[in-house]
Design a protein around this ligand. Structure first.
Ligand code: LMR
Length: 328
């Protein structure tokens, strides 16, 4: 009726979303909580650059880094309400909405990222994507943050017993909460952009994070000890508001998917480079004591965490858990 011009002028305008997005500029707000000079920060900028180039300026991606628009605790709601269209939170931060994501918080689940990537690209990743879709989110990619390490200001950490009695900042996650309580540590949830101040004021003794976050947020300046434990992985899930995604024309969706794949391959390589370069810089500045755990010491930590594995297998089910293929 609209095309034939049969509708009276006063009829409400029937918006054809696909037609609208074909002709008009599309603005995508990408909000995240880390610094620009990090794997995620650089990847967000690269995504914005390539989207502008590949759509001849039709799609404009506005990047808001460093929690400049929304903090950790606010960004998921903002995305679900389409106030922003893309976020890339660490997987623990969506685990209350998608319980399967908590599995990736298990310490020493993977000793190499290739296995983790394989699992994400298989049935486990598809199941998580389906759960995210129910929460008004479309999974666009999984990015790497690097392996997690401990920092603290009390004592050098080499064994599980060394952490006893401390307070440690955690991201919101039942597994991370238990990971520390098993060690007689008091876990404290703090937004990432409030963490530097909390460490400075000694509101917590320490925290766990990737090397690039420890370096880019200058945690090494307000902590005394860095333990290279590689005790877990900091993984990101890049998600777009589902209704916004469905409002786009197929060509724009295809371009977003292709560009995101290209950026993901690049981001994963950057995560390795950032980890090496930032660790070298912290070693050279001699501004924090660095203790590297041996494989035997790591094996002892993993043995200590076995109760967590049993709890998660019961919670997520043996079939799902076996698809994670934890290290033997
Ligand atoms: C943290 O909260 O420590 C990290 O998830 C921040 C980030 O997104 O890397």
């Amino acid at each position: 009726a609209v095309l034939l011009g049969l509708l009276p002028a006063c009829a409400p305008r029937v918006i054809d979303h696909e037609q609208v997005s074909k002709n008009e500029k599309i603005v995508i707000r990408f909000s995240h909580v880390v610094g620009e000079d990090t794997p995620k920060g650089q990847a967000a900028r690269m995504f914005a650059k390539l989207m502008k180039e590949r759509t001849n300026g039709k799609v404009e991606v506005q990047v808001f880094s460093n929690s400049s628009l929304y903090k950790d605790s606010e960004e998921t709601d903002a995305l679900q309400q389409n106030r922003i269209q893309i976020i890339a939170p660490a997987t623990p931060k969506l685990s209350s909405l998608v319980p399967e994501l908590a599995a990736f918080d298990l310490p020493y689940l993977y000793s190499d990222l290739d296995r983790y990537h394989q699992v994400l690209d298989g049935p486990v990743g598809q199941q998580i994507a389906a759960s995210l879709y129910q929460q008004n989110m479309v999974e666009l990619a999984y990015w790497d943050g690097g392996m997690k390490q401990f920092t603290n200001s009390v004592r050098p950490i080499r064994t599980p017993e060394d952490l006893a009695g401390m307070t440690m900042r955690i991201m919101p996650s039942a597994v991370l909460d238990q990971q520390f309580k098993l060690l007689q540590v008091t876990p404290v949830e703090i937004n990432f952009n409030d963490l530097y101040s909390a460490l400075t004021k000694k509101q917590v003794d320490g925290q766990e994070n990737s090397i690039s976050n420890i370096y880019s947020k200058r945690f090494f300046q307000v902590q005394k000890y860095l333990t290279l434990s590689d005790h877990g992985l900091l993984g990101y899930v890049v998600v777009m508001n589902r209704d916004f995604w469905n409002s786009l024309d197929p060509e724009t969706r295809r371009t977003i998917s292709l560009v995101m794949q290209e950026v993901t391959d690049w981001e994963r390589q950057q995560a390795v480079q950032f980890e090496q370069n930032n660790l070298k810089a912290m070693s050279n500045c001699q501004c924090i004591e660095i203790d590297r755990l041996s494989q035997a010491e790591k094996d002892r930590w993993k043995e200590f965490y076995q109760p967590l594995y049993q709890t998660m297998e019961q919670k997520l089910g043996t079939h799902f858990f076996r698809q994670l293929n934890p290290q033997p």
